[in-house]
Design a protein around this ligand. Structure first.
Ligand SMILES: C[S@@+](CC[C@H](N)C(=O)[O-])C[C@H]1O[C@@H](n2cnc3c(N)ncnc32)[C@H](O)[C@@H]1O
Length: 462
């Protein structure tokens, strides 16, 4: 067993990059597999466990270590299956396409009548536009398409067919499953038909896989007052952050960290209007093809990188690529033309534009985007219209002019000078006041942003 990771890795590295990409091959290490199994309760040693996309069989090897006896593994890759057999001789393995094959064929292959108690895997992640599923099951194909069109979505749908009532599915999947619109139908089905036992944030666990991953543990039992455990991989352990009632969610699943986090979210959703309630102009990508038009790389917070004359007009330019490190980068664009690396936002006149500019640069609004739109993702995102429009927005009569004054300073002072940072800080504090947040909530936002943003935006860290 000691050598499991070494041989598994050696085999993975021996595979051609193209083959790996097409089949979503990246293996889980034994440590993570064991941590995941520790989250599950096995009532007796004969409970049936399958990994239908098992690669070299790490989950089955870890389950065998725990004394489990009824183990099944499937993979397309014959060589991986041969290695798996070597490491876990007590398990039954077969080589087949367990996504395209109907479930009854899998049962026939293993000569089984009853479904599985546990379906555990790290399935392949491959957008289906680049592959095609070799099945004639029209409804299955349609569902895969409507549920997000990715191999891991198809794999999860198959897992649903394989698991017993009251059985468990434990899958490592991309974290963006929790919040990206394309997966909305599937999330809602899961929230309705399953109890979500826990969601464990793994961060960017796999070196060559883009984005972050989670462990999703589901019980095939309808939600009845279930509480979801939200955990995070910290120092080789799955640490419990908080518990949230499943009923709290009806689509997007935000990974809350504590009570402040939940309270801020509730405030954002209930107490305030959104930018959408105010904006009556255009929100969307720039579409100028002019080579002199402004692009994302031409702007910085509150201005342009090179001196640019702007007259009146009513546009705000926002760099379309959003990273946690830099946060919103936007400036007043007046009547200038912008290309599609800019998201344009028009409303009213230069005065209202500048008020909006002040608010969207604040820590509070960046926190909103990072946390409640992107679930604290460290990969870059596109700051598209639907996210901007959902921003909680208050036009505060009392402090309107103060925000304008600060924005004016930030536009005109030397960029990132001490004076500039002084006003950036004043702006942040003013925005907290406008949104009426408690000191505890402010501290939580400051801390979260501090951890994620580049040090250069932190006045004290400068
Ligand atoms: C992300 S790897 C993970 C393997 C293993 N579960 C682990 O965690 O180490 C996904 C595996 O799915 C297999 N696979 C991809 N498409 C498959 C399919 N249609 N049927 C069966 N296995 C498939 C790949 O060969 C690969 O071994």
């Amino acid at each position: 067993m000691e050598n499991f990771d070494k041989f598994s890795k050696e085999y993975e590295e021996s595979l051609e990059v193209k083959f790996k990409k097409a089949n979503g091959i990246f293996y889980t290490d034994l440590r993570l597999a064991t941590l995941l199994l520790n989250e599950l309760t096995f009532d007796h040693e004969n409970m049936k466990i399958i990994d239908p996309y098992c690669g070299t069989g790490v989950f089955l090897a870890a389950a065998a270590e725990k004394g489990m006896k009824n183990l099944f593994g499937i993979d397309l890759d014959k060589k991986a299956i041969n290695l798996a057999k070597k490491y876990t001789p007590t398990a039954k393995f077969t080589c087949m396409d367990s996504i395209a094959c109907e479930f009854k064929d899998i049962m026939k292959r293993f000569k089984l009548k009853e479904k599985f108690d546990f379906v555990i895997s790290n399935p392949p992640y491959v957008p289906l536009k680049s592959t095609s599923l070799n099945t004639k099951e029209y409804l299955f194909l349609r569902q895969v398409k409507n549920y997000g069109d990715n191999l891991y979505i198809a794999a999860l749908l198959r897992a649903k067919e394989m698991v017993n009532d009251n059985g468990f599915i434990a899958f490592i999947i991309p974290k963006n499953f929790l919040h990206v619109n394309a997966y909305s139908f599937f999330r809602r089905e899961i929230l309705r038909d399953f109890s979500i036992i826990s969601i464990i944030d793994l961060g960017m666990y796999f070196k060559n896989v883009r984005g972050e991953q989670i462990v999703l543990i589901l019980k095939k039992q309808k939600n009845d007052n279930n509480k979801i455990k939200i955990k995070k991989l910290i120092d080789n352990e799955f640490k419990l952050l908080t518990e949230i009632k499943q009923d709290f969610y009806n689509d997007k699943i935000i990974l809350f960290e504590n009570d402040e986090d939940v309270n801020i979210y509730k405030k954002f959703n209930k107490a305030y209007t959104t930018l959408n309630d105010y904006v009556k102009g255009y929100v969307g990508r720039g579409h100028s093809k002019d080579k002199n038009s402004i692009g994302g790389k031409d702007i910085r917070k509150f201005g342009f990188k090179t001196p640019t004359a702007v007259t009146s007009g009513n546009q705000i330019f926002i760099q379309n690529i959003y990273s946690a490190e830099a946060g919103i980068i936007a400036c007043f664009g007046g009547e200038l033309k912008a290309n599609d690396t800019i998201t344009i936002f028009t409303d009213g006149d230069p005065t209202m534009c500048r008020y909006v500019l002040g608010l969207i640069h604040s820590r509070l609004i960046n926190f909103y985007l990072l946390k409640y739109c992107f679930n604290i993702s460290t990969v870059t995102m596109h700051i598209d219209a639907r996210y901007l429009k959902s921003i909680p927005f208050i036009v505060d009569n009392e402090n309107f002019n103060v925000v304008l004054e600060y924005v004016n300073k930030l536009e005109n002072l030397t960029y990132m000078s001490d004076e500039w940072f002084k006003y950036y800080d004043l702006l942040n504090r003013m925005v907290y006041r406008i949104y009426n947040l408690s000191q505890k909530e402010i501290n939580f936002i400051d801390l979260t942003i501090k951890k994620l943003q580049s040090k250069k935006w932190d006045k004290n860290g400068k």
